[in-house]
Ligand binder design. Structure first.
Ligand code: PHE
Length: 504
């Protein structure tokens, strides 16, 4: 222990408790310290004491004690006397008394009680003749002149209730109902530790000191001539949890900032889209398994979303059938226009991108969007039916595949993932296509798809230059970032977990 430092960091109240304990020979109850140390409230003592305990200068021992006060019957006995005492008086007046004589001062219920105790205390002999006869004993005569321990206790409790009593003295009283009331209370004893004693040995002084600086103290210059209490920055303090944004909100913000810093602009889109924009415009064939009800959530209300872009619709239909305006052969099936307006919840944010390209076909452009998408997934530790995608494109004259890999690697690097690799992948709308993976905790994790849009996608919307595109999973990234094994943990609002998430 650094004595000097510890002393400097003691508050006034801590010093007062130490000094009071010293006066009280090193051990005392909080009440004694309250009086000796000139405190006004016991909480002040206990507060200071718990600080002193955390600094290992004081020990606090708690013990349970039983305290007594007068019960209902006890109060009556105090006033009128115990039934056996009142009976004894009657017997002594008469010398020998009949049972019926007792009713002079005792109620019907009290008589058998009195007789029982007279016998038990050996104050009277009881003889059964025609009547029951009570005759005082030598012990009874003695009792007339003295106060019994029990009577003394009732008096004492009347004057000072809530005190501890010797068990042996109250054994009999406790067998009688409602005479005593007992209660258990916890009391503390404070005592000095060796370190505490050492501090007192060096001599503690209570001088006026500033423990809380105010602008007044600074402005007036008072601080120059006064001691200022030093802070112990290592002292225990309870955690305070203020309100803050959900970690996912912060993560999204972080990602947005990264793309903005990399020169991207943000776009947004709608949750509800017609199949046309979510699928057809992206050259996803109409019999593609992902269109199936099992994967895509179609809406009952509205069942349809009008596709206003009639010309584009014609062009896209042809591209699907035989390549149309492009040099492709298309998919070679009969395109059904009846399908295109089916309303669905967007299954990927690539729909935002294709709409953006249609409205902004001129390069160069770099845009991204982060948004929620919906798929009919069963919920488990790695799947949710609603999740976020981080979507983006680079559209410029000589955009190429290497550049795409570079951008994605740069993005993940800025997110804190150094090791990124790509593998060949497949999407109906990109060629070449690839999957992006990052290395985390000893394994490769697949985080999203990307590629260069096929001419079947770009040419119908009037785009002539290459478009690099990607759609990355946000939740998986979040799980890696937050160290979670179950995707559901991101959204179950576990307050403990939310509180523990650092802000930065
Ligand atoms: N839309 C794809 C998905 O949902 C990701 C992707 C976007 C792939 C853009 C290639 C280009 O998985």
């Amino acid at each position: 222990m650094d004595l000097k430092k510890t002393i400097k960091e003691l508050s006034q109240n801590e010093k007062k408790v130490l000094l009071a304990l010293d006066k009280l020979k090193g051990k005392a109850s909080p009440e004694e310290i309250l009086k000796t140390g000139d405190f006004t409230q016991e909480v002040e003592v206990m507060n200071a004491a718990s600080w002193l305990r955390s600094k290992n200068l004081v020990r606090i021992e708690d013990h349970i004690k039983t305290i007594f006060s007068l019960g209902k019957e006890g109060k009556q006995f105090l006033q009128k006397g115990f039934p056996e005492r009142r009976a004894l008086r009657i017997i002594s007046e008469k010398g020998v008394a009949k049972l019926s004589d007792l009713s002079k001062d005792l109620s019907k219920n009290e008589i058998p009680i009195a007789v029982g105790w007279l016998k038990r205390k050996n104050w009277a002999n009881i003889k059964k003749d025609k009547d029951t006869i009570l005759e005082i004993t030598a012990e009874g005569k003695k009792a007339l002149k003295i106060q019994t321990d029990e009577e003394k206790i009732l008096k004492q409790l009347n004057e000072t209730p809530n005190i501890e009593l010797e068990k042996t003295k109250i054994k009999l009283l406790l067998t009688r109902k409602d005479v005593l009331k007992e209660k258990e209370v916890v009391t503390s004893t404070l005592s000095l530790t060796n370190d505490g004693k050492k501090i007192l040995d060096t001599g503690l002084e209570i001088e006026e000191e500033i423990s809380q600086l105010t602008s007044e103290i600074i402005k007036s210059g008072i601080w120059k001539n006064k001691a200022i209490r030093e802070y112990d920055v290592n002292a225990f303090a309870p955690n305070l949890y203020g309100g803050k944004a959900h970690p996912m909100i912060d993560l999204i913000k972080e990602i947005k900032d990264i793309f903005l810093q990399m020169g991207f602009e943000e776009t947004q889109g709608n949750y509800v889209e017609p199949s046309f924009w979510n699928m057809d415009a992206l050259f996803i064939p109409q019999d593609h398994p992902a269109r199936d009800l099992h994967d895509t959530l179609y809406l009952k209300v509205p069942t349809k979303v009008i596709v206003k872009e009639k010309k584009l619709l014609e062009v896209v239909a042809r591209v699907h059938e035989d390549g149309g305006i492009t040099s492709s052969d298309g998919w070679g099936y009969k395109f059904s226009k009846g399908e295109v307006e089916k309303a669905l919840l967007r299954t990927h944010t690539t729909v935002n991108t294709i709409r953006y390209l249609y409205n902004n076909p001129k390069p160069p452009c770099k845009v991204f969007s982060i948004g929620r998408v919906f798929r009919k997934e069963n919920i488990d530790s790695t799947h949710l039916p609603e999740f976020y995608q981080i979507e983006g494109i680079v559209h410029e004259k000589d955009a190429n595949f290497k550049q795409l890999i570079g951008i994605l690697k740069e993005f993940y690097k800025r997110m804190g993932f150094e090791k990124v690799r790509v593998r060949p992948g497949y999407f109906p709308y990109t060629e070449p296509s690839m999957e992006v993976e990052v290395f985390w905790n000893g394994q490769w994790m697949e985080l999203g798809g990307s590629g260069i849009f096929r001419p079947e996608v770009t040419e119908p919307v009037g785009v002539k230059n290459p478009v690099l595109a990607w759609g990355l999973g946000l939740e998986r990234l979040a799980m890696l970032k937050f160290g979670l094994k179950d995707i559901r943990d991101l959204y179950i609002s576990d307050l403990g977990w939310l509180r523990r998430q650092p802000k930065i």
